[in-house]
Design a protein around this ligand. Structure first.
Ligand code: DON
Length: 487
């Protein structure tokens, strides 16, 4: 369905008295939103309840429809008024499908076979998922098959370490330079530190920084929770068999571990062998292409998960992570990848490539056959083709590379847009959009120094014994009015 058609559909939907839910959901899907999106929870629950009460279970009248959409009206309005970062999502995704099909034809490369848990994967598996910073989703291929993050977890745990301890502390242990050496080389820089967090030595030291005072079990849970939050609570699992195999076959990593210990690369009191255990465990964390794309989208969105609105990582952690992915994320192909693709990415030995288009979207590609440098053959082809077609390369100049497509919405001040959305949410009583804003009215009044307003709000909260977020308001009348204007 083309752009114009979606608009026409919505216009019909909103001006007739009976609304077919199948048609409404199809129009929603065309915007890139999913019915399972956590931001649409209230709307979908009301819809389910309302449909139970209708005679045919599939059509709603105008009032029923209004009741269903009003609780998430801000997001739905953005979607249908084409305010998302990729306004013509269907046209964009049809290009993505073509790139997917084109890479599918490649049959070169070898599936990693140093452990049976990797060797078992069919070389035909191929999947691409994307999630935009507005939570628009698209998938092609085997996107629901779990695979291990392996080295794709390296940037993520580095982000957690910087989030918790800051840049200065983390980089007092690890460098920031590409090594120019194989990822598992037993080699340190001139200061006897690992070159960067994307090679094994750096990733092992980075692992030792995670939740330092906690027990091994707590450290694992802590990292898992972070990863789940980055993935918007979508699938994040653990392959114990992979962990056991990685540990049994991990002589090189043990050698690196002892060398790091000898050179005093760990924080004081670190138990190197339990750090290696956690390192192997983190490599063995599973995602699907779909959940991996949400992780990448959290990085693309400055650390806020697009589908939950939760801030997971600090802007500092995200900026560092993207910088290092850009310069060191693709093994010995990093320089060429930065040159040709110009986007931060990280590959793993299971065939995953985590790709970030900052401020636009996160992409996860997965296909097990690897090239000689250890990167997924189809994944590399897809990333290269993507920036051939769209002006996503860091140095694509919008004016002078006019032959490339720009699927993004015209710029504008994001801050202004989010304030307008906030005001609209307050006016319509869209509580879930107000919650995603993060601050309460009291927070805002304190922030802008309106002490009299702070006093009034606090008196109000005390009088009605409300928690401090309770002044957000649930004005059904204003929601009605706004809906009327929208309809
Ligand atoms: O540490 C290893 O050897 C592997 N488990 C890491 C896997 C990987 O993706 C290679 N990375 N740089």
């Amino acid at each position: 369905m083309g752009n114009g058609l979606i608009v026409a559909y919505c216009a019909v939907l909103l001006h007739v008295n009976c609304i077919s839910i199948a048609v409404a959901l199809q129009a929603l899907k065309a915007t890139g939103l999913r019915t399972g999106d956590p931001r649409l929870k209230e709307c979908m629950e009301t819809l389910k309840e309302t449909l139970k009460k209708t005679p045919d279970g599939v059509t709603l009248d105008r009032q029923q429809f209004k009741k269903c959409v009003q609780s998430n009206i801000v997001l739905l309005t953005q979607a249908f008024r084409k305010k998302f970062v990729i306004p013509d999502f269907q046209s964009f995704t049809s290009h993505i499908d073509e790139l997917y099909e084109s890479a599918k034809k490649l049959h070169e490369g070898q599936v990693a076979d140093y452990i049976p848990q990797l060797a078992k994967f069919s070389p035909d598996l191929w999947a691409v998922s994307l999630c935009t910073v507005d939570g628009q989703r698209h998938t092609a291929g085997d996107t629901k098959v779990p695979f291990c993050l392996q080295s794709c977890v390296k940037p993520l745990k580095y982000a957690v370490a910087v989030h918790d301890y800051g840049t200065e502390y983390v980089h007092s242990f690890i460098g920031k330079e590409p090594s120019g050496l194989r990822f598992n080389k037993l080699f340190l820089n001139e200061d006897d530190k690992p070159h960067n967090p994307m090679v094994n030595a750096g990733a092992i030291v980075c692992t030792s920084l995670i939740k330092q005072s906690a027990s091994n079990a707590e450290k694992f849970d802590y990292a898992m929770t972070f990863l789940k939050n980055m993935a918007g609570n979508e699938y994040v699992g653990f392959s114990n068999a992979t962990f056991q195999s990685e540990r049994e076959s991990g002589d090189r990593n043990f050698a690196i571990g002892y060398y790091l210990k000898e050179k005093k690369c760990f924080p004081e009191g670190t138990d190197m062998t339990s750090v290696l255990d956690l390192y192997f465990q983190l490599c063995s964390i599973e995602v699907t292409c779909e959940s991996g794309s949400v992780m990448a989208a959290t990085l693309a969105n400055g650390g806020i998960c697009p589908i939950t609105g939760e801030r997971v990582l600090s802007p500092e952690a995200v900026r560092n992570t993207l910088s290092l992915m850009h310069s060191c994320g693709m093994y010995d192909f990093s320089g060429q990848f930065a040159f040709h693709v110009g986007l931060p990415a990280k590959s793993g030995v299971a065939g995953g490539i985590l790709l970030v288009v900052p401020n636009v979207m996160g992409i996860m590609c997965w296909s097990p056959p690897l090239d000689k440098l250890g990167n997924s053959v189809r994944g590399i082809q897809f990333c290269t083709d993507l920036v051939e077609l769209f002006n996503f390369h860091n140095y694509d100049n919008l004016r002078h590379f006019s032959k490339k497509h720009d699927p993004r919405r015209e710029g504008g001040d994001q801050r202004v847009k989010s304030v307008i959305n906030l005001l609209f949410a307050a006016y319509t009583g869209d509580i879930s959009a107000l919650r995603r804003w993060g601050n309460t009215p009291v927070d805002e009044a304190v922030h802008f120094g309106h002490h009299d307003v702070v006093t009034i709000l606090q008196q109000y909260l005390e009088k009605y014994s409300l928690p401090s977020g309770g002044a957000a308001g649930d004005d059904k009348d204003s929601a009605e009015k706004s809906l009327d204007s929208l309809l």
